[in-house]
Design a binder for this molecule. Structure first.
Ligand code: ATP
Ligand code: MG
Length: 609
């Protein structure tokens, strides 16, 4: 049933509280799935990885150079690998520096190239998956939440891939290499330093888990507040009309305060952790160096070696100190990838991906039939929206659906478009079950002029051509003319290039409808669904829209959902729905002759006015 909801919401939160081993296995599995996106760029990735290792290893050599220089200045040669003179060591260091610079450039460039390209692939796939998911998926979620998956979650993954991963590898090399060098210089000193290590690791894991949980909570809350912004801005006219600015502001600020509080709680733990590291680790270094000085005074160690030791110890210390932050980052990325993978794992609708597949394979001539259709929305299983609905429409017929608001008219349209499927009963096209046709074939041959016409941000021309992306200029013009839209479009200074949609010119309801009609005309479907807008148009616009509709309905099967009964008087059949049931059907004349009929009552109400 509500499959999407169960996998996306609470399920995962709970998973986080499961024992650690399971998180690890799950996490690894998730990461490996996303890593497959790196595959096409693996050569560059491994090249960058190699350079990264190389530059980290070379970085490790510097304390040795400096220690060597100090010892050389005192006339002692402590390393077999370094030249004995100051000039020799200096020259070698310069050469190594040059190579280091060269390698660093490509390492950064390649990492970013790999990460950006694979991220673009993940974004593309996620977006494609999103738009092919069944309608039901969207009724369970808010747009803002989905939006933040594509933006915030993927950015987190990107950060991790481009910087954290590289930084982690580098720090790991510095840590392990540093400890090895320390051991070479003095086992005694190193052991004394390593006493603190296990303690630190335990604390790191403990805090890491805490911080991960808190940051996920903060991210979720933030997504929630973004949703508020998005929804209020989209419905800004409503907010203003109801003078609900202060209500919305209050709602938002409560939410934002919660985000801040969660983030601050997280910061407290991170801060605690940082102070622990500073005190514990660097305190230990001071103690160890003091011990080292004693060794120098006993001539067990040279000054250069002690200096070298201090530098390596600082490397090791800062590497350790940087792990929790990086670990938290990786954990955030894992959380983000989980959410992205959830979308990728959803089952999309089987629609064609490329244009060439868009050609109609199975023609539908225009017969539709509903046979004993029962339907409830998957998100609201308790309310039966359609109950045993049966009707048929012959090719080229006009069938009207009327009935009170909420009786299931738009739902019937959604079922014809295969946005949802009936729980029982069957929908037939040309006498064959809908499941015999591909989704693409059905949707390519059914056009809808919806109840609320949405125009995309773009020109009027583009909006009309949405019905047929490859339409020529001439076809667009013809469609607009036939839809009675040409006149008003021409009256704009920019004509067909006028930008409409969210940031553009606002069109009136009647104008938007005529654009939608032009769109449908271009699509040239065999079945047409008109979901009449509830808001009434003035009589002039109504005439224009009506004319356009007449033009559109010629030679096709039309399902007309009407509120104004005057528009459907000459329909071949009128079906009256009430609370999801067909309670009457027949022609206008038949229905008005039924003294007790709902249709007669409704039409009396309208025509008396
Ligand atoms: N996406 C949805 N998810 C859950 N329930 C829905 C959804 N869309 C509509 N409903 C419910 O289904 C019922 C029928 O709605 P529908 O939109 O089909 O009515 P309608 O006849 O088109 O009404 P109107 O004349 O106001 O457009 C209503 O009770 C509505 O609340
Ligand atoms: Mg409706």
């Amino acid at each position: 049933m509500a499959r999407g909801r169960s996998t996306l919401n609470s399920g995962n939160r709970q998973k986080e509280e499961l024992p650690k081993a399971q998180i690890n296995r799950e996490t690894l599995k998730n990461i490996s799935k996303l890593l497959s996106y790196l595959r096409p760029y693996r050569a560059k990735f491994f090249g960058a990885m190699f350079f990264l290792l190389l530059s980290s290893l070379v970085g490790l050599a510097f304390p040795s150079f400096i220690g060597g220089l100090i010892d050389a200045a005192q006339g002692k040669a402590t390393s077999k690998f370094l030249p004995a003179s100051i000039q020799g060591i200096g020259l070698l260091a310069l050469l190594v520096l040059f190579a280091q610079g060269f390698v660093s450039f490509f390492r950064i460039l390649w990492f970013v190239q790999v990460a950006e390209r694979s991220l673009a692939d993940i974004r593309r796939d996620t977006y494609f998956k999103l738009i092919t998911l069944p309608m039901n998926f969207f009724s369970n979620r808010r747009v803002g939440e989905l939006n933040s998956r594509i933006s915030a979650d993927l950015s987190q993954i990107q950060d991790t891939l481009t910087t954290t991963l590289a930084e982690m590898t580098r720090q790991l090399v510095l840590l392990i290499g540093g400890i090895a060098f320390l051991a070479i210089i003095s086992i005694k000193l190193t052991l004394s330093l390593l006493v603190v290590l296990p303690v630190l690791i335990v604390v790191a894991i403990f805090f890491g888990r805490f911080i991960r949980k808190i940051s996920r909570k903060a991210q979720d809350k933030l997504a929630e507040s973004n949703t508020i912004v998005e929804e209020t801005l989209q419905g800004i006219a409503n907010v203003k009309a109801f003078v609900n600015e202060s209500f919305e502001a209050g709602r938002y600020s409560t939410n934002i305060r919660e985000v801040a509080n969660i983030a601050i709680t997280g910061a407290k733990y991170r801060g605690l952790f940082a102070s622990f590291i500073v005190f514990g680790l660097f305190g230990a270094i001071v103690a160890v160096v003091a011990y080292g000085c004693i060794l120098v005074s006993h001539n067990e160690l040279s000054v250069g070696e002690l200096f070298k030791f201090a530098l390596y110890a600082a490397f090791v210390g800062s590497a350790m100190g940087s792990f929790p932050e990086m670990y938290a980052n990786v954990q955030r990325a894992v959380g983000a990838s989980e959410r992205v993978l959830e979308i990728l794992a959803e089952e999309g609708e089987d629609v064609s991906i490329n244009d060439t597949e868009n050609e109609i394979k199975q023609k539908i001539t225009g017969e539709i039939a509903f046979e004993h259709v029962n339907f409830h929305y998957p998100s609201r299983t308790e309310i039966e929206v359609l109950k045993d609905v049966s009707f048929e429409a012959g090719r080229g017929q006009r069938i009207a659906l009327v009935g009170p608001s909420g009786s299931g008219k738009s739902t019937t349209a959604a079922l014809i478009l295969q946005f949802y499927h009936p729980q029982s009963g069957i929908i037939l096209f040309d006498g064959k079950p809908a499941s015999n046709f591909s989704l693409t074939d059905i949707r390519n041959q059914v056009a809808i002029v919806p109840q609320d016409v949405l125009l995309f941000g773009g020109t009027i021309r583009e909006n009309i051509a949405y019905g047929k992306l490859k339409a020529s200029e001439d076809e667009v013009l013809r469609a607009a003319e036939r839809a009675n839209a040409h006149e008003f479009i021409k009256s704009f200074p920019e004509g067909y290039d006028t930008i409409v949609g969210e940031r553009g010119v606002k069109l009136s309801g009647g104008q938007r409808q005529r654009i939608a009609i032009a769109r449908a005309l271009l699509k040239n479907p065999s079945i047409l669904i008109l979901d009449e807008a509830t808001s009434s148009l003035d009589s002039e616009s109504e005439r224009l829209v009506q004319e356009a509709l007449e033009e559109l309905m010629k030679n096709r099967t039309s399902i007309i959902i009407a509120h104004r009964l005057s528009t459907i008087r000459d329909a071949d059949k009128i079906i009256v729905l009430e609370k999801g049931k067909v309670i009457e059907s027949g022609t206008h004349d038949e229905l008005v002759s039924n003294e007790k009929g709902l249709y007669r009552y409704l039409s009396q109400l309208q025509f008396e006015v």
